[in-house]
Design a protein around this ligand. Structure first.
Ligand SMILES: [Zn+2]
Ligand SMILES: [Zn+2]
Ligand SMILES: [Zn+2]
Length: 153
């Protein structure tokens, strides 16, 4: 079955050259592992775990610790966004330049199929929560879980 992505950001595959120049502008070296990781991420429309990235890298390219450090750097530079599906494993997705990458996922609890979700809370809910509690800069993290069509059969 072909997976469909509803979120707009997933349809625009980013060029590896523009990702490299973003790194260079931050005075960061384009190491072999960093380039390889960015290349893997740009081919995946859904968040990947460090281990999944590791599994896609050519054997001997780099170890898990190198990938872990690279993901921390890329997250700090806002080139990737970290997602939490509640299983204690960080997942990373590429963020387009100038965007904050805010969006949600729908995850099948049986087969782990991931659907990109474009919908989000109306801004008024966040504003109400913020003003009620005297908070500023309120944001949210949210993932949806359920049973996908294929797993219902
Ligand atoms: Zn996503
Ligand atoms: Zn499923
Ligand atoms: Zn949202």
């Amino acid at each position: 079955m072909k997976k469909t992505c509803t979120h707009r950001h997933t349809h625009r595959k980013q060029e590896l050259s523009s990702l490299s120049s973003r790194l260079r502008r931050e005075s960061r070296k384009i190491t072999g592992p960093r380039a390889a990781i960015l290349d893997i991420l740009r081919h995946h429309p859904h968040p990947l775990t460090t281990r999944e990235i590791f599994a896609e890298l050519p054997a001997g390219e780099c170890d898990l610790a190198t990938i872990y450090r690279a993901m921390q750097l890329l997250e700090k530079l806002a080139m990737v966004k970290r997602f939490d599906f509640g299983d204690g494993t960080a997942r990373f997705e590429l963020v387009a330049e100038g965007e904050d990458g805010h969006h949600h996922h729908l995850i099948c609890t049986r087969c782990a199929e991931v659907v990109e979700i474009a919908e989000c809370f109306p801004a008024e809910i966040e504003q109400r929560i913020a003003s009620k509690n005297g908070f500023q800069a309120v944001t949210h993290r949210l993932e949806f879980f359920g049973v996908c069509p294929a797993c219902q059969k």
